[in-house]
Design a protein around this ligand. Structure first.
Ligand SMILES: CC(C)[C@H](C(=O)O)[C@@H](O)C(=O)O
Ligand code: SF4
Length: 471
């Protein structure tokens, strides 16, 4: 029978099928760990006298609570926050006690968990990958079944390398056509979520297909899969192809020599078979997409940048009208107002959605020889130490600094505001991250989600602009 990519990976990893009492038991190939969602899981192991089943298939990094402020004269990134220091020290202790490799703060491979996994070649097609983090869906860009799990599940996977899992349904999100200049992968995913809503993907694994997806680079594919969870989906998937194999070849942890050839031969069998069926299909045309921006307090509240903020009075459904009213109040926006021209205080270029080298290059190209607008603060936060080194080798840091932006160490930074980087109450930010919830970037902070291009163009102008006008 014709199978989808999802079904092939699922079937290859079921250790025990679901029965009346229990969901299926899935084998996990790669378990990624960070400081925020792992402490209680290690406590559970200690209390029950358990060890880590496969430390060699487990990898830890520090990212969420790590400061990204520049290093001191001693070359060390200063951790001034007591709680953060305790959490980071705990991870060091846990990894050392249980034999798990750790990319410690400031070391050469440290970075955001969803940036370092692919970068080091841990993430590979056909794998099952989990992490105590919702944006684990990022790794689906490689044709891996990757999803976030809760802290008690982190404990289960550490102890057994397996996970109990209900089988999700499948949806095909088909995007044909060609993106216009100034329209990016970020705009594709914001448009998808605006269309299906933040609950539209609930219960599904989304497979992105179509000529527009095939034309994307791996980094662009990661941006799309990263935000699958913001559409409510369990995971996002893109079938591996020559672009995938070329990107992975010679990464530190990918197979080498004959093992590489064998791996690629297997990976070529993974794409969904001709005639395979999905439980749901959504179709978009890339030619019709514009740069997108959010106006509200969830990632589904997005419009083309040239559009107007919707009006609650146009909505028939009471709860939807109240939700929009509340969002506009929080955002300090008026119904029907345009977003072009909206003044912005901070521009954040970073996060596991858009902090890879191609994101930094795209923004630097616009900022080259220009200045960040007076009174606007711009933070540029590379996703990993490797991205940072690469950017510095290309002189991108010089472009950002000369423009008046802050050049930072690697980490989650202002995506989540639990590391010292945050908005002040009432401030507006254009952010390349993935969440615009109330208070997400700091108490009272107001977030417009957009692409790195829109972010850089906004930084130069001090207010929201249509990047297509300055290309
Ligand atoms: C801290 C972590 C649990 C959280 C997540 O699961 O996504 C964070 O990464 C986020 O982006 O909100
Ligand atoms: S960058 Fe943001 S979204 Fe990504 S893992 Fe960190 S906090 Fe979560």
């Amino acid at each position: 029978m014709a199978k989808t990519l999802f079904e092939k990976i699922w079937d290859a990893h079921v250790v025990q099928a679901a029965d009346a009492e229990s969901p299926a038991t899935l084998y996990i190939d790669l378990h990624l760990v960070h400081e925020v969602t792992s402490p209680q899981a290690f406590t559970m192991l200690r209390e029950r006298g358990l060890t880590v089943r496969r430390p060699d298939q487990t990898l830890a990094t520090m990212d969420h609570s790590t400061p990204t402020t520049p290093r001191g004269a001693d070359g060390i990134i200063p951790v001034t926050d007591e709680i953060a220091r305790k959490q980071l020290n705990q991870l060091i202790q846990n990894c050392s006690d249980f034999g798990i490799p750790l990319y410690n703060l400031g070391t050469e491979n440290q970075g955001i968990v969803h940036v370092i996994g692919p970068e080091q070649g841990y993430t590979q097609p056909g794998m099952t990958i989990v992490c105590g983090d919702s944006h684990t869906s990022t790794h689906g860009a490689f044709g891996a079944l990757a999803f976030g799990i809760g802290t008690s599940e982190v404990g289960h996977v550490l102890a057994t390398q397996c996970l109990l899992q209900q089988k999700p349904q499948t949806a095909e999100i088909r995007i044909d056509g060609t993106l216009r200049p100034g329209v990016t992968a970020k705009d594709i995913i914001l448009a998808i979520i605006a269309k299906i809503g933040v609950g539209g993907g609930t219960g599904y694994v989304l497979e992105y297909t179509g000529s527009a997806i095939r034309a994307l680079s791996m980094e662009e594919r990661m941006t799309i899969c990263n935000m699958s969870i913001e559409g409510g989906a369990r995971a996002g998937l893109i079938a591996p192809d020559e672009t995938t194999f070329a990107w992975l070849k010679d990464r530190p942890h990918t197979p080498k020599g004959e093992a590489w050839d064998a791996a690629v031969a297997y990976w070529r069998t993974l794409p969904s078979d001709e005639g395979a069926t999905y439980d749901l299909q959504v179709v978009l045309n890339a030619d019709e997409l514009a740069p997108m921006i959010t106006y509200g307090t969830n990632p589904g509240m997005g419009i083309p940048v040239t559009g107007n903020v919707p009006a609650p009075s146009d909505l028939a459904d009471d709860s939807q009208r109240m939700a929009l009213d509340k969002a506009l109040n929080y955002m300090g926006l008026q119904p029907n107002q345009p977003l072009i021209g909206q003044k912005v205080d901070v521009v954040f270029l970073g996060s596991c959605t858009n902090s890879r080298i191609s994101d930094l290059r795209a923004a630097a190209k616009l900022l080259d020889g220009k200045k960040v607008a007076d009174g606007l603060r711009m933070l540029v936060v590379p996703g990993s130490q490797q991205v940072k080194r690469q950017a510095e080798a290309e002189g991108l840091d010089q472009i950002f600094r000369a423009a008046g932006a802050e050049w930072r160490e690697a980490g989650c930074s202002m995506c989540i505001a639990m590391n010292g980087d945050q908005l002040q109450p009432g401030q507006y930010a254009v952010s390349t991250s993935n969440r615009n919830f109330e208070g997400r970037q700091g108490k009272g902070g107001r977030t417009f989600l957009a692409s790195p291009l829109t972010a850089a163009a906004t930084a130069i102008n001090g207010h929201i602009v249509d990047v297509r006008e300055i290309l």
